[in-house]
Ligand binder design. Structure first.
Ligand SMILES: *Cc1c(COP(=O)(O)O)cnc(C)c1O
Length: 418
């Protein structure tokens, strides 16, 4: 891609079939938001939908709302709708709990299905919560399992018949590298192991096809590319083929076959419902529904195409405009419209003053983020980002560097959330 001018970027925006989707989100004037990969912006009607739920459902119907407004059915109903975005046929996805809790539930379910195997295989680059949840579960199970952590690039060399389960985050949160989900699932299953995919930076970012890959289990969160709000309900996927044998350990009453019989003995519900543990968090689910509505009719292949163009444009402009500032591309340069995707929907650059540079950009209302030790992370979220946003970001970045705006004491002190 040649280096485009601002006028070229304006022309790209005029021709962009996804441009009207931006209007579905509450985007603030004067802010360039490159952190939709960490917390998506609110869908425009999320506030009104939550207000209406409180007033017209909760207020008007009180306890009757559970039936009249279908609150109890929301985890599975919204799961089926989310399925369209992650390639899951109905009946395999529930919108419940948090990503970490869902990891715990499905890790435990998967280990029970491979009682003779002792190894959980993952990669050193995995997201910490995934590793921490595995460590906690291993301890709970009496330290009978080993967590084997290997470099991302060597994963397949470590597949053998001792492996019960391979847990991977499809998209590396620092580099944006995307594992080939179908190819790896096949290789993992060839040694008799199960797969548990974390789709945190994948769902809503590009097409994911769990069923076509024959994946076993998956989890993911809703507040990144899915825009369901801070701490919004997460999701889990259990393939139909495993639903009879998959038993998760958080056996709450709403995963019971007949919760309102109030029996003293737990008996799991059939299908995906047994993975619901508690009363649904309806306020969060209402925001989640607004987020799914904002994605309604959006072609994920078109989202992928635009995300590649935005990312390529950013890389080219940064390398052209910031050439003398020691930026090292920390993401795959290649990005493909179909798997293997290579780069996902973010671009990272490594720089030893990365934290301060990000702070200086935020002071200019250009919002990216930072991941220790030295990664500047820029998310490309085609639903609400414009090509001119990329152009202007690099303009701001060049000025921040040229004027050494990052070189102030206040920008060196790390905040609690980076
Ligand atoms: C963001 C993220 C999570 C979030 O976990 P929570 O339990 O929802 O806080 C989990 N895994 C990955 C890979 C993530 O990027």
């Amino acid at each position: 891609m040649k280096n485009l001018t601002r006028a070229d970027c304006e022309a790209l925006d005029r021709d962009d079939p996804l441009a009207p989707i931006r209007d579905r989100f509450d985007m603030r004037e004067g802010v360039i938001y490159l952190d939709g990969n960490s917390l998506g912006p609110p869908p425009k009607d999320a506030a009104e939908r939550v207000r209406r739920m409180v007033s017209d459902e909760w207020g008007a119907h009180l306890i009757g709302g559970w039936m009249q407004n279908g609150w109890m059915e929301m985890p599975l109903k919204l799961g089926d709708r989310l399925g369209r975005l992650i390639g899951a046929a109905p009946g395999q996805v529930a919108v419940v709990d948090t990503t970490s809790i869902n990891l715990f539930k499905l890790l435990a379910a998967a280990l029970r299905m491979r009682p003779d195997r002792r190894v959980i295989l993952s990669v050193q680059e995995n997201f910490p919560t995934d590793l921490y949840m595995i460590q906690g579960l291993i301890e709970l199970l009496g330290n009978r399992h080993d967590l084997r952590l290997v470099p991302e690039a060597e994963l397949t060399e470590h597949l053998d018949e001792s492996v019960a389960l391979v847990t991977l985050t499809q998209t590396n949160f620092k580099s944006g590298f995307v594992h080939d989900l179908a190819d790896l699932t096949a290789k993992i299953q060839a040694v008799g192991a199960l797969t548990l995919w974390d789709l945190a930076h994948s769902a809503g970012a590009f097409p994911v096809d769990l069923d076509a890959a024959g994946a076993d289990f998956a989890v993911g969160c809703s507040y990144k590319y899915l825009n369901a709000g801070p701490g919004g309900p997460a999701f889990l996927y259990v393939a139909h083929k495993h639903q009879e044998l998959a038993h998760q350990p958080l056996t709450g009453w709403l995963g019971h076959a007949n919760p309102f019989e109030f029996s003293n003995d737990y008996q799991p519900a059939d299908g995906i419902r047994r993975h619901v543990c508690s009363s649904p968090g309806v306020l969060g689910l209402v925001a989640f529904e607004a987020a799914l509505d904002a994605l309604e009719g959006v072609d994920m292949a078109a989202v992928r195409e635009k995300s590649i163009t935005l990312g390529d444009l950013f890389i080219n402009l940064v390398e052209a405009r910031c050439a003398n500032h020691n930026f090292t591309l920390a993401s795959p340069r290649e990005a493909n419209p179909t798997p293997p995707y290579g780069r996902g929907s973010q671009v990272s650059f490594a720089h030893d003053q990365g934290y301060a540079i990000i702070q200086a950009l935020i002071a200019r209302s250009v919002v990216g983020d930072f991941r220790a030790p030295n990664i500047m992370r820029f998310g490309f979220t085609p639903l609400h980002m414009r090509y001119i946003d990329v152009f202007d970001t690099v303009e701001h970045l060049a000025q921040v560097l040229g004027r050494r705006e990052w070189d102030v004491e206040a920008y060196r002190e790390r905040k609690a959330v980076t």
